[in-house]
Design a protein around this ligand. Structure first.
Ligand SMILES: C[S@@+](CC[C@H](N)C(=O)[O-])C[C@H]1O[C@@H](n2cnc3c(N)ncnc32)[C@H](O)[C@@H]1O
Length: 207
């Protein structure tokens, strides 16, 4: 079964940030669920979540294997894990929602920038009125140099594929703002990661 050491290390800090920001009950769409370890952990530890994992086609079999093996037992009260959905950020077909949250971990630096824009546009389209978009991972920040570990990771990614690389937090926030999502918080996570939390920007006051 596909297994990620990093997921084992970060699943508990991710649970804590989701617990702090998600309403309950909540329908949550996860993009790029990978091994499914986050989905299983969160649904076993936070009550009241209806979690919809998703992946692009080539990664679906691995995700389905974990969900089949672990996704039915020991879930927290009122929580449920849906069947893995095919969702490729480069291809466009999104479920209608509405969702209370869209969550993704460690995808923004893997997919091309156009796919990050598609992620934000897709989330804006399927979130309910009080919906949240949570993006976990390492980010660049204009006001600070990259931490040495993140700089090395960024160089490694760009050598593999110039379309990959750590994204700028302010660029993500600007794309989100263009889709009516405001940056509500930037949660500091272990190992120089962050969770960016977005919510619908307040409507401008009537003139
Ligand atoms: C570094 S992994 C992160 C997986 C998991 N979220 C985690 O934190 O361990 C990046 C994930 O992005 C997915 N991915 C890559 N391109 C994608 C695309 N175009 N649409 C959706 N997911 C994509 C990959 O299949 C992979 O599972």
């Amino acid at each position: 079964m596909r297994f990620s050491e990093a997921c084992e290390r970060n699943k508990e800090p991710i649970r804590a940030v989701l617990e702090a920001w998600l309403p309950r009950p909540a329908r949550v769409l996860e993009i790029g669920s990978g091994s499914g370890q986050h989905a299983v952990h969160v649904c076993r530890t936070i009550p009241g979540l209806q979690w919809q994992p998703s992946e692009r086609g080539e990664a679906l079999p691995d995700l389905r294997e974990r969900l089949q093996a672990e996704g039915r037992q020991g879930l927290a009260q009122g929580s449920g894990l849906g069947e893995a959905l095919e969702l490729d950020l480069t291809q466009g077909a999104w479920p209608a929602g509405p969702y209370e949250a869209v969550f993704t971990a460690n995808t923004a630096h893997i997919v091309p920038m156009a796919a990050v824009e598609a992620l934000i546009a897709g989330a804006a389209g399927c979130l309910g009125p009080a919906g949240r978009l949570l993006i976990y991972g390492p980010f660049r920040r204009a006001d600070q140099p990259l931490e040495p570990g993140n700089a090395a990771f960024d160089a490694h990614l760009r050598a593999l594929d110039p379309a990959m690389g750590l994204r700028d937090r302010d660029w993500i926030a600007a794309v989100a703002a263009a889709h009516g999502l405001a940056l509500l918080a930037e949660e500091v996570m272990p190992a120089n990661n962050r969770t960016l939390v977005f919510g619908r920007a307040a409507a401008p006051p009537a003139a």
